[in-house]
Design a protein. Structure first.
Length: 444
């Protein structure tokens, strides 16, 4: 029996993968460790989206190396595994810079990690294992169907990979081509989650709304058809999906939002920029105007719909005027929440080779201006609920006595004091106060 510790970086797809790796290791009889220093197996599930994310891995590996040296002195096992997107895109670099890493496998090879570890224990393997096959179908076929430890709200990956090749993005090179899981497979996973008291399922995909899977009738189903099916499951209280691409929003999405009450009226719809010139150079396949029409269309379908988004500032060639276009779009939409990043050049992408790279100081300046507006919008959105009520799914105990914490329809964190509610309940809550990152309320 080994103690394992998984450190997950990056997006929700990685958190999902980490929990499936954890299941496989628990099935093999291993136990989770509280920290890296209590573990005999350390797994880094890495992200490569921006340069900083890559560098984070190498600094963490330095720490793991010291722990490995200490274990060797005491004669204990210590296995270091690197998986995720950096393992895929930089496996040669990792093997060279960190030869003490035992297993380097891409995000679509995670189903073999438990077996690799047991080979190491049997001392059958001495050389570093490196595997970077890109076959999501195989991964889902072979991941264990034993699940352990699930929370009230859980991710369920339905689609993986990306065919869009936005010019700044490394994901098509790390996650490979788009793959959609069969509906029957997704339904049985959803049932398993519900049997473990999960109440909210968040469907995941790099391009979740381009989902095209084999349906229960043998025909191809899209995301909305799948959501209609999931909505019939007993005990499921909430459905969300992320991340959507604006170019794939269609009438079927509007319809499912209108008709499925447990589908939350909150959509993450990354726009990246408000300038058509930049959007074209990014290969986003929509204009700022089309994005705005898409927002209007969804708001007209369901009036309580709110939006979050992602932005990149300082994309090669972005002028001050282009940046002003982004601010204009932000002021038109009014986002409930947003993430914004400085453009980071990624190896092998088309934008890496573009001229007119923007200096760091200008990127920082633009980021600060944008974030100030986005933060203000988020506060305005949250303040707007003081004196009104929201439905809150209770997800955990709070820090204070009788305090519970949950999430609203819009994923806002809400703290309430009530001794009658349980984790997993949905309560109607009167919002009394809006703090910087959360709300406070009382059960109606
Ligand atoms: N598939 C999703 C995005 C996944 S990556 C979509 O198309 O929206 C998450 C976010 O990281 C992106 O929306 C983008 O804003 C940001 N991002 C991706 N590549 C980046 C890069 N090279 N530099 C800075 N931010 C980047
Ligand atoms: Fe990256 Fe674009 Fe694909 Fe999103 S749609 S994962 S940003 S290439
Ligand atoms: Fe990062 Fe890979 Fe996700 S690059 S954002 S972990 S798909």
């Amino acid at each position: 029996m080994l103690q394992f510790f998984i450190k997950s970086y990056g997006c929700q797809m990685n958190s999902y993968d980490s929990s499936r790796i954890s299941d496989a290791l628990m099935e093999a009889g291993h136990k989770t460790a509280e920290s890296m220093s209590d573990a005999n197996v350390v797994i880094f599930n890495t992200c490569s989206i921006r340069e900083k994310a890559d560098e984070k891995l190498f600094s963490d590996l330095g720490r793991a190396r010291l722990l490995k040296l200490q274990s060797q002195i005491t004669g204990n096992d210590f296995i270091i595994v690197v998986t995720g997107c950096v393992a895929q895109s930089k496996h040669e670099d990792i093997a060279k810079r960190a030869p003490y890493v035992d297993i380097i496998v891409g995000p679509q090879e995670i189903h073999k990690i438990a077996e690799d570890i047991s080979d190491f224990l049997k001392k059958d393997r001495v050389d570093t294992i490196v595997r970077t096959a890109s076959n999501a179908k195989e991964k889902f076929l072979h991941l264990t169907d034993q699940f352990f430890n699930r929370d009230v709200s859980e991710f369920l990956t339905i689609q993986e990979g990306c065919d869009n090749f936005c010019t700044y993005c490394i994901v098509p090179y790390t996650r490979g081509r788009e793959f959609s899981r069969d509906v029957s497979d997704i339904m049985s996973e959803a049932r398993k989650l519900l049997s473990m008291n999960v109440k909210e399922i968040i469907l995941l995909g790099q391009n979740v709304n381009s989902y095209r899977g084999i349906g229960l009738d043998g025909k191809t189903w899209n995301l909305s058809r799948l959501i209609f099916e999931l909505a019939n499951l007993d005990g499921l209280k909430r459905i969300r999906y992320t991340t959507s691409n604006p170019k794939d929003i269609d009438e079927s999405i509007a319809k499912v939002h209108r008709e499925v009450e447990i589908l939350m009226p909150f959509l993450h719809l990354p726009v990246q920029s408000g300038s058509d010139v930049v959007l074209r150079r990014m290969n986003r396949k929509y204009s700022a105007d089309e994005y705005l029409k898409c927002i209007d269309f969804l708001r007209n379908s369901r009036s309580d719909m709110a939006f979050s988004s992602d932005f990149i500032v300082g994309f090669p060639g972005e002028t001050d005027d282009d940046f002003q276009e982004t601010l204009k779009l932000v002021n038109t939409v009014k986002f409930a929440q947003a993430y914004s990043f400085k453009y980071s050049s990624r190896p092998g992408t088309a934008a890496e080779k573009m001229d007119q790279q923007i200096p760091e100081e200008i990127k920082s300046e633009r980021l600060q201006i944008l974030q100030e507006i986005l933060n203000k919008q988020q506060s305005q959105f949250n303040n707007g609920y003081v004196g009104k009520s929201l439905n809150v799914l209770i997800t955990k105990q709070g820090r204070h006595k009788n305090q519970l914490v949950g999430r609203s329809e819009y994923s806002q964190s809400v703290a309430i004091c009530d001794s009658y509610l349980n984790i997993g309940d949905v309560a109607r809550v009167n919002i009394t106060e809006s703090l910087s990152h959360s709300l406070v309320g009382m059960v109606v």
